[in-house]
Design a protein around this ligand. Structure first.
Ligand code: CA
Length: 243
């Protein structure tokens, strides 16, 4: 889903210009033109970045900034402060109030776009995945257990690592060489036929409780795909040695 950018700016022409440019970069955009409703809007929509004008009716950007920073649910959202021509003192006040970046008007649109993207890059990473899911297959990474629907799927450690690799990027075709290197490790000698043996074991355990989601891609490798079972021809060739 597209990242949401909130623009808090009372100059309509500028707000529209920014909205247009951000949307053409693929962002979702919300605009607010009054200070007193900005915080409620931010709490309701939890944007990824806030572009906040300094001079606003009813409540200044600096005040809004301070309120945002005092609220646990929104205090980590990056704020880019906009202000009229560069008074150094304003800049310091803005940054003290908790703004992450500061742009003085007039500014170039590409520059502001670059600043927005820079803030998105430094936004905190989401917590590490504890669970992987694909259709009815669920992998609990903490307990190292796999379930299909309500059923516990018993897998050996190699099959578990293989499935994890496939589930981390469903649809991607993994070559046997890649799987060997990343599941077995590069300094262990195993022939690529070994991958096929373990894929077969993995299929056997998983398919006890549902259709086959592991696609055999001829002469290439394997991928996770909900329509794999429909493709019986390719899957029946799983025993073929790689070229
Ligand atoms: Ca203004």
């Amino acid at each position: 889903m597209a990242e949401l950018i909130m623009i808090v700016e009372d100059e309509e022409a500028l707000a529209l210009l920014l909205k247009y440019n951000l949307e053409s970069e693929g962002f979702q955009v919300k605009t607010v033109n009054r200070g007193n409703i900005a915080v409620a809007e931010i709490e309701a929509s939890l944007p990824s970045v806030i572009i906040l004008d300094w001079m606003l009716p009813e409540m200044s950007g600096v005040e809004i900034c301070k309120i945002i920073r005092s609220k646990p649910d929104i205090k980590n959202i990056p704020i880019i402060m906009l202000t009229a021509k560069g008074e150094e003192e304003d800049k310091i006040r803005g940054l003290t109030a908790g703004a992450d970046d500061y742009v003085t008007k007039p500014f170039s649109v590409p520059e502001l776009m670059a600043r927005v993207k820079a803030q998105l890059r430094r936004a905190p990473e989401p917590p590490a995945e504890k669970e992987l899911k694909f259709a009815d297959i669920r992998m609990d990474l903490t307990a190292k257990k796999v379930f299909r629907g309500e059923n516990f799927v018993h897998l050996g450690p190699t099959e578990f690592r293989l499935l994890r690799m496939l589930m981390e990027t469903p649809g991607k075709v993994f070559s046997r060489e890649f799987l060997l290197k990343n599941v077995w490790g590069s300094n262990i000698y195993v022939e690529s036929r070994t991958v096929d043996v373990h894929i077969r074991r993995l299929r056997k355990s998983l398919n006890e409780f549902g259709p086959d989601y592991i696609r055999t891609v001829r002469a290439t490798g394997y991928s996770l795909d909900e329509n794999a079972a429909a493709d019986d021809i390719e899957n029946s060739e799983e025993n073929q040695a790689p070229k």
